[in-house]
Write a protein that binds this ligand. Sequence first.
Ligand code: XMP
Length: 506
Amino acid sequence: MVAVLDFGSQYTQLIARRIRELKIYCEIYPYNVSESTLREKNTTAIILSGGPGHITESEITFSPDPEIFNGRYKILGICFGMQVSAKLHGANIVHGEIREYGKTVFYPEKDIIFEGIENRTVVWMSHYDQVENLPENFVSIGRTANCRIAAFKNQQGSVYGFQFHPEVIHTRHGKTMLKNFLYKVAGLKPDWTASSMVEIAKKEIATRIGKSRVVCALSGGVDSSTLSVILHQVAGDRSLAVFVNNGLLRKNEEKEVMEALGDLVNMKYVDASEIFIERLKRVIDPEEKRKIIGRTFIEVFEKEAKSFGADFLAQGTLYPDLIESISVFGGPTSRIKTHHNVGGLPEKMKLKLVEPFKYLFKDEVRKIAKKIGLPEKLIQRHPFPGPGLAVRIIGEIDREKLEILKEVDAIYIDELRKANLYRKIWQAFAVLLPIKSVGIMGDQRTYQYVVALRAVTSTDGMTADWAKIPSNILENISNRIVNEIKAINRVVYDITSKPPATIEWE
Ligand code: XMP
């Protein structure tokens, strides 16, 4: 295993993802994890992240356990990680004359870690402090115009340091450098593949639940679908995937999910749309909608879990959720919306938890999904919020509005697929506005609803840009919507990014 020690860098997760992309298993630890913990975990290599720490002549604000340098491990320090390694080996750290920030030309020496890279390349820098002098037994293996020791290693070749960030894409050969470190310096074999991920997830389920019964909530999203299939492969009829139709789903969604997964999981379909829609009557406030939907979902789900006699609840918690809670500096960022996720079921249910994906990133779950044969359409689906169309109908919800929105959304998505844009977009959907506007059709005055189209590009939903869909395609979509759906006579396109807007309108 590779351990990534988190010194508070904004890139720590990115380092971990890069390592996983290179098919090596890694985990993130707080910067001060003890060497004995790493030894117990069978760690081979350690990467020290960057971070906001500071080193003066007499003090290191964040210091790792010095024992990690006992020679057992191959170590790569990045940015602050390099500086702290240097300091612990007796070097001085100083403020550089100028702050290096952004793309910088880097001249690597000939070294195994730079194999396959030309002798002049571009790296991403973001630092003020730097290593002033080489520690004893260390050699410089690369420089930039303003940083004499931009990369170093010890003579045994067990400790490396980069002042730049190999994990960001702006470092042209960053991935090759990481690959050389993992495969050539540390001698690791790329064996973290979809099959090994499936095996590990299955083992986790089997050992945790034994002969007990396990239930999970199935939303049709890639995480819960993959989870349901794996549970079924391990526990067969002792597993149950509960699919609750809350009446707030997209057009034909329940049919599509049942068709895609009906044969692969032990599924219980519950049509609870009546009670959800009834309880949402006259509710306008988005947070109130979320609360009602969350509570109702739990009620419905709990009943099913009880009647199945479940002892365990399987949740699709992912590694980034876990990292937030273990990170030394992190912790969940302030909540703008109380996202109701079907996973967040209450403790009072007294079910024991099993979380087979808690060490996986989202793209790894997609790889598993592919491996176990989930249909491509389901894997590539845009994210869909737990409260569904309820937060896409601004203001009051009723069945008529739900039907209108379902139809509009279906046309929109259909056209995006035809234009080959669907997969380039993170999320696209329509929003029904609570206002009517005047129009003219066939010489007749109309007074109908306005619909807003939203499409964003993003990598994680935390920030997003509005998608620059070509105007002829937007025109086409608008024409189809107005022609095919009588209740709509006006279509607008949302051109706000996140921030300052959020992706959903409510
Ligand atoms: P916002 O609107 O906060 O959305 O920019 C970011 C991502 O989260 C989804 N979202 C939700 N997901 N329950 C969910 O499970 C919710 O209540 C919820 N609200 C927003 C949104 O679709 C986007 O992908």
